[in-house]
Design a protein. Structure first.
Length: 436
């Protein structure tokens, strides 16, 4: 985790003290249910909860010192709690194994991280929708292969981004449900020394589902799906960030990141206004996606368990969620403050002498009786003259002067095919599909 790219609420989920607090809750809830079942004394559960009610400070350094000797983090934690609670603490962890605590804790952390990420996505979706509605009918050029294609609106570009992030949100909801499972099943997952009712109780108290079969660990296909979902969200962030970066290029300059008073773009060139935020987002997306392959490789563990997944998850759990949280918030700020230049969009639309209307002429010629191949040839031979003139010539003028074209279409009919508004007649339909 790099503090530069971290926000407090998400970071707090992964602090050692937060982790140990979840560990205690798991142990205490399990002890409570064991007491209700008559396996351990009620006084044991009461002692744990009475100590917890004092809102004790978790002494991370003391636990680390014990672990330095035991070489086992869960045992170190249990020893430290026993020192605080006293003799009754010996009934903690009855029939449980370390993975019951570690895996269930990771489920809690990832579920809570999901809640923060879902709130981030909601904020981003709101910002995109506001700007999409603002520019619903702002004409701009659509590009394929980076080349002028046909007119769109800037609002339509943003509506596409909204629909994509709305899908991302739905995926994250599913991923949260996939990961939010509890395993309190004991060594190799047979419940030999801990009643399944204990698992059900702990799951209910922590807002988790019961893992149907957990061997000794929660199956890592769940985690693979979760981190893959984060990777897809990161890729969607990069897609929108890349679009904004392209639009900010000097040769395009249809939109750009907000440039605040006093901001400097370059240490050498005072004129520079660089897309630093969206470039940063492109890099952060790569970091989040880097968690996906290790998560996939964690699925194949030896027999009922090994710990090859553990070291990986100590990295990717915090790093991927903290980074994605920051990236979503940053992208929301970029969209909210994005500078949009409709005049420049209009200039670029007119940049190539009307070539953007070539398809309408092609279709009109076919409807007038020409074969598609002949119609294509007639339009293309005039379009290439405009292209080679770098837009200095007018496609409409050339078509009007082409006897083969005017034999099929009158000048008035040709002029009708150069109507910009024609391309936007279904914008309302698309917006209704996206926004309801």
């Amino acid at each position: 985790m790099v503090p530069r790219y971290a926000r407090p609420a998400m970071t707090a989920l992964w602090e050692p003290e937060a982790k140990y607090r979840i560990w205690f809750e798991i142990e205490a809830h399990a002890t409570q249910k064991l007491a209700d079942l008559g396996v351990v004394p009620q006084s044991a559960a009461k002692a744990l909860w009475d100590w917890w009610a004092t809102d004790p400070k978790i002494d991370v350094e003391a636990i680390d010192a014990i672990e330095a000797v035991t070489k086992h983090d869960v045992i170190a934690f249990l020893d430290w709690v026993a020192q605080q609670v006293g003799e009754e603490a010996r009934f903690m962890h009855q029939g449980m194994t370390s993975s019951d605590v570690l895996d269930t804790t990771l489920s809690v952390q990832l579920a809570r991280a999901s809640d923060l990420l879902l709130a981030d996505l909601d904020a981003l979706l709101a910002a995109i929708r506001t700007r999409a509605e603002e520019h619903k009918y702002t004409p701009t050029i659509g590009r394929s292969h980076g080349i002028h294609a046909e007119p769109v609106t800037f609002g339509l570009k943003l509506a596409q981004a909204y629909a994509e992030f709305d899908r991302c949100r739905a995926r994250l909801v599913a991923a949260r449900a996939e990961i939010a499972t509890c395993a309190i099943s004991g060594a190799v997952g047979t419940f030999a020394n801990v009643d399944p009712q204990v698992e059900e109780y702990v799951a209910d108290q922590l807002g988790l589902a019961v893992e149907p079969v957990s061997t000794q660990v929660i199956p890592r296909d769940r985690h693979a799906m979760y981190f893959a979902t984060l990777g897809v969200i990161a890729s969607s962030i990069e897609r929108l960030a890349t679009e904004i970066r392209h639009l900010q290029r000097t040769e395009v300059l249809e939109a750009e990141e907000y440039f605040s008073p006093g901001q400097k773009g370059s240490s050498a060139m005072p004129h520079k206004r660089n897309p630093i935020l969206t470039e940063n987002l492109t890099g952060l997306a790569r970091v989040v996606r880097s968690a996906v392959t290790p998560a996939l490789e964690n699925v194949a563990l030896w027999h009922e368990r090994d710990i090859s997944h553990s070291s990986v998850e100590r990295y990717i759990g915090p790093d991927a969620t903290i980074t994605l949280d920051f990236a979503l918030a940053r992208l929301t700020g970029v969209v909210d403050k994005l500078l949009v230049y409709p005049v420049r969009m209009e200039k670029n639309l007119n940049r190539m002498g009307g070539l953007i209307h070539s398809q309408r002429v092609l279709l009109a010629l076919t409807q007038a009786g020409l074969t598609r191949d002949d119609a294509y040839r007639l339009v293309q031979r005039n379009a290439m003259k405009v292209w080679e003139s770098d837009g200095a010539l007018s496609l409409l003028d050339l078509l009007k002067a082409d006897a083969d074209v005017t034999a099929a279409l009158t000048p008035a009919q040709l002029e009708d095919k150069f109507d910009l508004g024609y391309h936007f007649k279904h914008i309302d339909t698309i917006f209704a599909r996206v926004f309801g």
